[in-house]
Write a protein that binds this ligand. Structure first.
Ligand code: SF4
Ligand code: SF4
Length: 158
């Protein structure tokens, strides 16, 4: 079989797969952002910072393996407060685990889009704002995944 024919067959198969999932009502993807999947407790999404609980110990910045968390110091605040760089964060959760004050919490928000790389760097003031999922803010229908013996997975409205 020539290489061209083999390549043509592969493309044909890819198109057939696309068509199948376009018309098959059994697909397991959801219509984001009209729908979103409720994530489980403990999901490690964007991190929320609570400045009122923070004792400015700096442990979160010290433990961060990706150098994503750093302390922002000023002349009047030598200890500083943490900010995060989401260009670097690997969502390991080490900073949350080590914080002695529970001043950092993981959220279920994972779908924030940034217009520039600079926007992904959050100094303490921005880091302390609650992350908001655009789908949730837009009133998307909440779905939960359910295991299905025949299809493997389907989604039900919550
Ligand atoms: S989740 Fe991990 S990588 Fe991200 S800021 Fe915290 S320690 Fe650093
Ligand atoms: S580890 Fe917690 S208390 Fe210490 S600086 Fe970070 S957020 Fe603040």
């Amino acid at each position: 079989m020539s290489r061209q024919l083999a390549s043509f067959k592969l493309h044909l198969r890819a198109v057939a797969t696309g068509l199948k999932y376009l018309f098959l009502p059994n697909r397991i993807t959801v219509y984001y952002p009209e729908e979103y999947i409720e994530l489980p407790e403990g999901y490690r999404g964007l991190i929320r910072y609570y400045p009122d609980r923070c004792i400015q110990c700096g442990l979160c910045a010290m433990i961060c393996p990706a150098s994503a968390m750093k302390m922002y110091r000023t002349k009047t605040d030598r200890k500083g407060r943490p900010g995060i760089n989401y260009q670097r964060c690997i969502f390991c959760g080490f900073c949350v685990d080590i914080c002695p004050q529970n001043a950092l919490e993981t959220t279920k928000v994972h779908d924030v889009a940034y217009k520039s790389l600079e926007e992904m760097i959050l100094p303490p003031e921005k880091f302390s704002q609650e992350p908001i999922s655009p789908a949730v803010a837009g009133g998307a229908r909440k779905l939960k995944p359910v295991f299905d013996e025949e299809r493997g997975l389907r989604h039900e409205r919550v």
